[in-house]
Design a protein around this ligand. Structure first.
Ligand code: SF4
Ligand code: SF4
Length: 390
């Protein structure tokens, strides 16, 4: 039986978040036994891009602060680290400052690092699905404790991004780009699980106080869920949040594949949830546009792709010509000529370009058939929840 603890928290006010995080971690025996004096701890938020807290793109600084404070109070040596990758940021300071984290933690004895500074090591994937080996962060592998801090968001390729997907940020940036070119959502999902198998966190604390719905992980809408969730089992935590967000069991392939691989528990009948009655609470998130091709056999996808597509749409007026999208594009589909231009014949609809664009110049566009077919399934069917506290 796996355990997931949930705490209601409707604001990012520091004291309330500290209480909620403390309530969640206090329920987990691993949080008390692993976080001991001298332990080298890496706190790994989701900093997909250097964005301010109100965008709901990154893990909120108040959550990062509360977790770092907990670990510092236990006498641990704490490093806050991530790697947005794609080479736009050469130093850690601007990333953590723009995300509001260095300000939130300014009085704590913590260090900040880009994961690439510690280098990458080749890890063999046990029982691989897609990748026999993967280059992962040496810092994450060498830490005594990794505390994973995902943000709860919808995601065009994986439907939801949470605890498992956040560890994909520990893969070497160039390899991440290649993995997006593997082909199809299934290939990406399985590669994410392979990467997770090589770098499993000891603890996960998810920021679901304000989640993101719709066109995530960077262009969706902030959506208050009012929750902090924690577990020693990242797979179980994702399974619980998917249920709350309105996804069917097995619908999010990353979680289902991780469960099948024995990396955690995805069957909710074998997950004990503390602090919240998930049978009575539902907070469905609007689904991402990429939903359209999920569950569709690849040969069907190929046949209908001329009429059924969701593509990146570039806004030349917003583009600042930084070239980040061209640098990351696994299909080599973007040419720079002052501003970015895309060749749709080479585009594999991975939306990596959208994730890295610092100017919000890349939106998504759906074909007419896509709007008709997928429109009803994206609609939100309910907004609230019964009183979920136990
Ligand atoms: S243009 Fe964007 S969506 Fe298309 S392949 Fe390149 S990065 Fe992916
Ligand atoms: S579309 Fe965005 S990422 Fe690409 S060059 Fe323009 S501003 Fe940079």
């Amino acid at each position: 039986m796996s355990h997931v603890s949930l705490s209601v928290c409707s604001t990012y006010e520091a004291n309330r978040v500290r209480d909620a995080v403390g309530e969640c971690l206090g329920c987990l025996p691993a949080a008390r036994t692993l976080l001991r004096p001298g332990a080298r701890v890496i706190v790994k938020p989701n900093l997909i891009n250097a964005r301010p807290p109100d965008t709901a793109i990154c893990t909120h600084p108040a959550v990062v602060r509360a977790v770092a404070e907990w670990a510092c109070a236990a006498g641990c040596q704490v490093t806050i680290a991530d790697e947005p990758g794609y080479a736009l940021l050469a130093r850690a300071e601007p990333l953590f400052a723009r995300a509001g984290i260095s300000q939130a933690c300014e009085d704590l004895p913590v260090r900040y690092e880009l994961l690439r500074m510690g280098g990458y090591v080749v890890a063999s994937v046990p029982n691989p699905l897609r990748l026999a080996e993967v280059r992962v962060s040496a810092a994450l592998r060498d830490a005594d404790v990794v505390i994973n801090l995902p943000k709860c968001k919808t995601h065009g390729q994986t439907l939801l991004t949470g605890a498992i997907k956040n560890l994909f940020g520990g893969v070497a940036p160039r390899e991440r780009i290649q993995i997006h070119g593997l082909g199809g959502f299934e290939g990406l999902s399985e590669a994410i699980v392979d990467a997770f198998a090589c770098q499993r966190p000891q603890l996960t604390v998810m920021d679901a106080i304000v989640a993101m719905e719709g066109n995530g992980p960077t262009r969706g809408r902030p959506r208050p869920l009012g929750l902090v969730a924690a577990s020693g089992d990242a797979v179980a935590l994702d399974a619980v949040m998917e249920h709350l967000a309105g996804f069917e069991p097995g619908e999010v392939r990353v979680t289902a594949a991780a469960g099948r691989q024995g990396l955690g528990e995805c069957n909710l009948t074998r997950v004990q949830v503390d602090g919240y009655d998930i049978r009575r609470a539902h907070v469905p998130l609007e689904r991402p546009p990429g939903l359209i091709r999920h569950g569709m056999p690849r040969w069907v996808g190929r046949v209908v792709s001329r009429h059924l597509w969701v593509r990146p749409a570039f806004d030349a007026a917003r583009c600042v010509g930084c070239g980040a999208c061209a640098a990351i594009c696994p299909g080599g589909a973007i040419d720079m000529n002052g501003t970015a231009r895309v060749n749709y014949d080479r585009c594999i609809e991975c939306f990596c370009c959208q994730e890295v664009c610092p100017a919000d110049a890349i939106d998504s566009r759906e074909s007419l058939l896509a709007r008709v077919v997928v429109g009803s399934s994206r609609r939100v069917t309910g907004r609230g929840s019964a009183d979920p506290r136990r």
